[in-house]
Design a protein around this ligand. Structure first.
Ligand code: GLU
Length: 316
């Protein structure tokens, strides 16, 4: 199938609505300045064919989409041990909620809420070795390891937006609370400040739709690396499980509705990006900064609905 006309049609259909509805995330000051009328979409098939439209090559703050990649690192290095620290159930609570953590003794419901991703960041620091959390800005072994992975998967150099990371560090009071709370339950092994520094940096990764569609393409290829002939990124089983978590927990409190109306595993971020997977077919990334009331990109979800309606692709 030639997907280029499909993406062009989606951009043409949605263009009158670019920036017209929804709200750009304002709670991270550096994100509030992103122009609301940006819109990009890109996909990569399992065979490596690519198509893109709009601002598909413009880098943006991937925010919670990073949780997908840090989970991948933790799963492939830790296997089932990871699940002693983190659950696999939708939370039914806001992504930054503290309430459930109290009653569940510091074990986050899933790796895609903030508490879960902070617990995964703690695992990444441990996996990168002693002292991995030390280093200011983009330095530090764990941060360097994540950049190396993202650059390898995207096939070009990827960087952190240090201004966004600093902006989050200055205003992320809830994340500080979540991390301290987990530490008090003995659920973080590393220094709280180092764990948060890792978490704020992963959220501040800057990538374009094209780069994200490439980087996530192991998820539609049973874990195979985006480039032919390279060692697998995950096993086929792990890739299927990541897709399952995306479907059930990847779009905040809208996961049920997204499964109903789109029917694809998705992971969204408050920067307005959404990565979607059609297993055995393709990965797709759409970006439009204004968010709906559930915190998902308003036009991003509309674009995915149009894509599914037009192509008939769905996991159901
Ligand atoms: N860095 C954001 C936070 O921790 C990520 C939120 C998101 O994209 O869901 O609040």
């Amino acid at each position: 199938m030639n997907f280029q006309p499909v993406l062009d049609e989606i951009v043409a259909t949605l263009r009158p609505q670019f920036g017209a509805a929804g709200t750009v995330a304002r709670y991270i000051p550096a994100l509030a300045r992103v122009p609301a009328e940006r819109f990009g979409i890109a996909l990569r098939t399992c065979e490596g064919a690519e198509a893109c439209a709009g601002d598909a090559a413009v880098p943006f703050s991937i925010q919670s989409i990073s949780k997908l990649f840090t989970l991948t690192v933790a799963m492939r290095n830790m296997g089932d041990d990871l699940w002693q620290r983190i659950g696999r159930e939708p939370s039914g609570n806001p992504f930054n909620s503290l309430v459930q953590l109290e009653s569940e003794q510091g074990k986050p419901r899933n790796p895609f809420i903030n508490a879960g991703a902070i617990a995964v960041a703690d695992r990444l620091l441990s996996l990168s070795g002693p002292g991995a959390g030390h280093g200011a800005g983009s330095d530090g072994k764990a941060k360097a390891d994540l950049l190396a992975l993202m650059s390898d998967l995207a096939g070009e150099p990827i960087g952190y937006d240090d201004e966004v990371a600093a902006s989050e560090a200055a205003t992320g009071f809830r994340n500080v609370a979540l991390a301290n709370f987990m530490k008090s339950f003995g659920k973080l092994d590393n220094d709280v400040a180092a764990v948060l520094d890792m978490y704020f940096h992963q959220c501040a990764l800057r990538m374009s739709c094209v780069q994200l569609a490439r980087a996530a393409s192991f998820l539609c290829r049973d874990g195979e690396h985006p480039a032919e002939g390279r060692q697998e990124v995950t096993t086929a089983r792990q890739a299927r499980r990541i897709n399952a978590l995306m479907l059930t927990c990847g779009t905040y409190d809208a996961a049920g509705d997204v499964a109903f109306s789109i029917g694809l595993p998705c992971k969204s971020g408050v920067g307005g990006g959404i990565v979607a997977v059609v297993p055995d077919k393709l990965t797709l990334c759409v970006w439009s900064p204004p968010l709906d009331a559930t915190g998902n990109s308003l036009l991003g979800l509309k674009a995915l609905e149009l894509f599914v309606a037009r192509t008939g692709l769905s996991v159901f």
